[in-house]
Design a protein around this ligand. Structure first.
Ligand code: EPZ
Length: 422
């Protein structure tokens, strides 16, 4: 198990280039299953979850041709299996994203139910409810989702009006992919508006899909007969960017992020400014300058464009060493405070009541050994370690490798004292 050892107290200085978004790459790679000709992707982040998704598609017969670390061509013209087996799905819940495309293009899918994970039970009932509304016959047996359209006219999904009673990012993505090849028109109401959903829709449109209302909470999809490959550059990762922005502000440094889009981060920029950091930007870069001791901020997570749940742990880290007390309310996941106990080991003053954490700023944190539990919790421990006195060791950092490309290289280039211990 790799560990990260970080010596705190260094203000970060310099420039960092943001990678492509993990949460756009995963659905878009799965969308290759819809196309009869090759799909070429660039700006793909070199992450563990991306490798897992490639492996899953290869298992189905997709030709995956990587071009270096950040480009790939996916050819789904010769699919040999419609199954996503448990041993692959259990390592990455986003594998559920093959369900919609397999069903839409081949009329059959056998996908293992994703297990829960550290941050919550994370059911997929809304994915299934939507596909059933489109006529799919779905049974869940022996831990697998068995789905078929064999009984339908032309064996094709039928367009439907679907109201999702919760905003679900991958649910919206799965149903949008399914609707792209369905017969007739599908309307998704209460759809997710996350930039990664928009990026996937833009790729589908280039593949020949007919989609309206992207980026709003009502998405209309007019089904077409077939989709073809195209070329698409993955959108920049707003959560990776936000993480480095918080690191710059907390450490009292000055960092310029390249390949970063401020228009995807309104809520995060507003909170950083409220905490006292300086934030300037142009169309494809953001510069964050720390400004002494920050002020605590109150955070309430909600679907985009509100404050993203994937930035909650990072702002909790900010609050641990800021002036005053900040309330952090997590409304999306039922158990996304796993980082709290680990931060308390570093000396943080945090009190949790239900889905609210009250964080009182302390004068400083002290290095210790802590354990990563999920992707963004691990990122928040890195942030805390960057400002803690002395040395912090973070264990189980395979969580970090799932979502942060070249983390220690990027931090080291900004002056941080970080090393990976195998
Ligand atoms: C996506 O997960 C992201 N993952 C998550 O990022 C992100 O935290 C989350 O959206 C919220 O923004 C990917 O895009 C691969 P949801 P997803 O469906 O789609 C409930 C990271 O750190 N729900 O939007 O799985 C669910 O339990 C990861 O990069 C149902 O009840 O999240 C949750 O409470 C972590 N039934 C809420 O909705 C369903 O059928 C939002 O979940 C689906 C979801």
């Amino acid at each position: 198990m790799d560990k990260l050892v970080i010596e705190g107290g260094v203000p970060l200085q310099g420039e960092v280039t943001v990678s492509g978004a993990k949460n756009a790459a995963l659905p878009i790679i799965c969308a290759a299953l819809l196309a009869e000709t090759p799909l070429r992707l660039t700006s793909v982040p070199a992450l563990r979850d991306v490798g897992t998704t490639y492996h899953l598609l290869e298992h189905m017969g997709v030709q995956v041709s990587k071009e270096g670390q950040n480009a790939v061509t996916l050819d789904a013209s010769q699919i040999t299996s419609h199954e996503a087996p448990y041993e692959m799905v259990k390592t990455m819940r986003a594998s559920i994203l093959v369900l919609g495309p397999l069903l839409a293009r081949f009329g059959h899918a056998r996908v293992s139910l994703p297990g829960g994970c550290a941050i919550g039970s994370r059911p997929v009932d809304l994915h299934i409810k939507g596909l059933k509304a489109m006529g799919a016959e779905i049974h869940i047996e022996h831990g697998y989702i068995e789905a078929s359209t064999a009984h339908l006219p032309n064996k094709r999904l039928q367009g439907a009006r679907i109201f999702m009673d919760l905003v679900t990012v991958t649910g919206t993505e799965n149903l949008m992919m399914a609707a792209a090849l369905a017969e007739g028109t599908t309307v998704l109401e209460n759809a997710a508006r996350e930039p990664e959903v928009v990026d996937m829709a833009e790729c589908l449109i280039k593949m020949g899909a007919r989609i309206e209302g992207v980026g709003t909470d009502v998405i209309t999809v007019h089904g077409v007969e077939r989709l073809k490959g195209t070329e698409h550059a993955i959108i920049c990762d707003r959560i990776e960017a936000g993480t480095y922005m918080v690191a710059a502000a907390m450490s009292g440094g000055k960092v310029k992020l390249r390949n970063a889009r401020a228009d995807l981060l309104d809520a995060v920029i507003e909170k950083l400014r409220e905490a006292g950091a300086h934030v300037e930007h142009d169309s494809d870069s953001i510069t964050v300058t720390g400004n002494g001791r920050l002020k605590s901020v109150n955070i309430r997570t909600a679907p985009h464009p509100a404050f993203p749940t994937d930035m909650q742990a990072q702002f909790m880290a900010l609050n641990t060493v800021a002036d005053g007390a900040g309330h952090v309310v997590e409304t999306i996941f039922e158990n996304r405070f796993m980082h709290v106990q680990e931060m308390q080991r570093l000396g943080a003053d945090i009190h949790v009541e239900g889905n609210t954490a009250i964080v009182r700023g302390v004068d400083h944190l002290d290095g210790a050994t802590v354990m990563a539990t999920d992707l963004r919790a691990s990122a928040s421990l890195v942030l805390a370690a960057l400002v803690a006195r002395g040395e912090t060791t973070i264990e189980r950092i395979y969580h970090l490798d799932r979502g942060y490309e070249k983390l220690e290289e990027k931090l080291t280039a900004l002056g941080a004292k970080v090393r990976r211990v195998h």
